[in-house]
Each structure stands twice: as C-alpha cells, then as structure tokens.
Design a protein around this ligand. Structure first.
Ligand SMILES: [Zn+2]
Length: 282
C-alpha cells in the first residue's frame, strides 16, 4: 500500500513495509516502517511529527542579509579520511577543495562564510563545533566523501541528527540510544528542511544516485550544534566510477554549485520532482 500526502511543501509518498519515503521525488529515510491495517496506512507518531510535518510545511529559512554559515571540510592532517580507488588521493583533499570552491559562491550570495579549516590541519570535532558557536553561525554544513566495503556501493547521502525516540538510519559501531537528547535536537525540523534542500540540489547538479536523506546519532560534529546542521557525502571514493568523478574538477565544482544553489533563497530551488533514472529504492 502506497499513499501520497499532498502538502504545501510538496508531495510525500509513503509505502507500507518500507523505511523509504519520497519527498518531491527524493528519498527520505523514516525511523519506523509504516504498515497497513484495515485499509489504513499507519505511520509512527515520531515520523509524522519529525519527518512529515517539517516536509509538509514550507521551510523556515533565514531572510536577513547577515547570515553566517560554517562550512566544514571533513578530516585533515593525519586524519586523512577515505582513500580514492581512482587516483590514490584522500578524502581530506577533496573535502577542502569542495569547501574552497564553495566559499566564493556563498560569499557572492550574501553569506558570511567561515571554514573550519583552510589548509591541511586536523581540527578536532569539538573544535569544529566550538568554532561555529564563536562565529554565531546560523547553519553548519559538513562536507565528506563516502567509502564502503563493497565497490559497487555508490551514490549521494545527506545526514542530519536523529530525533530523540527514533532509531537511526546509520549507526556504525555506535550504540544508538534512542533516548539521548543532544543540543542539536532543538533544530530537528530545520535540520531536515536544510538536509532535503541540500540533498535535492546535489542530485540535480550531479545526476548521482539517490541514497537518501538519512539519520545518524554518532556524528559528534552534528549533535553538539546549537543551530541547524547537515553532513553531506558527495559520493563513494571506494566506487571506481564515482572515484573517477570525484577526481575531476568539474564534478567538484558541481558539488559546490549544488550547495550554493540550495542556500540561495532569493532564487529558490525549483519545485519539481527529481527525475533520475538511477533512483532506486534501496
Ligand atoms: Zn569523512
């Protein structure tokens, strides 16, 4: 059973027995699997409140001209991140390049931009959060690339913190205690609204495979944030084809354009469904 919810923010599609919901065509992972009973589609109250409600409502985006965004190039220094199977370069180089390409685009659009690092240094996760506090940032965006055990794993993922009470999409080896309340949980609704906007622009600009807007609780760089915060994964360095794309400057420029486009409120992302042949329900 599949149901469509038509809301001012866009159309949400939900299917019984699937954690995957679609919002204006992009994948959003739910905390709990909807089920059908007596001709009704039942969704968990937390998914209704923490996922459907923020999606259904037009996003609450900043309108003033003094907006501060912290862009966080993942890893750095001895913390290299994942290694590319294409050219042997490492994640920390690509995340910094993405951020440096992005900075002038955002500045041109009226954002005050603060980078957590501008060269090859290892900044602790706590320091990255503290830097956003010191900058009085309105938004925090962390940039990463992915790596998987299987080489065929590919696509784009965007993360925000899991709302309290809800299981995470990704846990890694972290004990996913659903009762935990983190500072960033005060921004559950706006986290998702930004994540969806960013993820959608990423798919539109790159034409990449949609692995969805996902939830995680182990990401220290997100959960301590006193502002909306999103972490983006711009492709798999372990996938030969994507690693080749990431190695190309044009692709990294597209990643930067995507983030800038998502954060350009005077010229909002067009309200249309992403038509992507590569879209698959995982
Ligand atoms: Zn990373």
């Amino acid at each position: 059973m599949t149901c469509e919810l038509h809301a001012p923010g866009g159309i949400i599609t939900v299917t019984a027995g699937s954690h995957v919901a679609r919002f204006v065509g992009i994948i959003c992972w739910l905390g709990y699997m909807p089920r059908s009973a007596d001709g009704h589609l039942l969704v968990h109250a937390l998914d209704a409140g923490k996922n459907f409600l923020p999606l259904a409502n037009p996003p609450d985006l900043p309108t003033d001209t003094h907006r501060v965004v912290v862009i966080d190039p993942g890893h750095g220094g001895e913390n290299t991140g994942a290694r590319s199977v294409a050219d042997n370069h490492v994640e920390k180089e690509f995340t910094l390049d993405w951020a440096l390409r992005l900075r002038p685009l955002l500045t041109g659009d009226g954002w005050k931009v603060v980078l957590t690092r501008t060269n090859d240094v290892d900044v602790s996760l706590a320091d990255r959060v503290a830097l956003a506090d010191a900058a009085h940032a309105d938004l925090f965006v962390s940039l990463h690339f992915n790596s998987g055990a299987r080489q065929d794993q590919a696509g784009l993922e965007t993360y925000c913190l899991t709302p309290t009470g809800m299981p995470s999409t990704l846990t890694r080896d972290y004990e996913d205690d659903i009762t935990r309340v983190f500072p960033n949980n005060a921004f559950d609704g706006r986290n998702l609204q930004y994540a969806v906007r960013l993820h959608r622009a990423l798919l539109e600009e790159t034409g990449g495979v949609d692995r969805g807007v996902r939830r995680a609780r182990f990401m220290v760089v997100l959960r301590g944030q006193n502002r909306p915060a999103v972490l983006m994964e711009g492709g798999y360095l372990s996938n030969p084809l994507e690693a080749q794309s990431i190695a190309a400057e044009e692709y990294r420029q597209k990643l930067a354009e995507a983030v800038a486009k998502a954060l350009r409120f005077s010229n909002p992302v067009e309200d249309r469904t992403v038509t992507n042949a590569a879209n698959q329900t995982p």
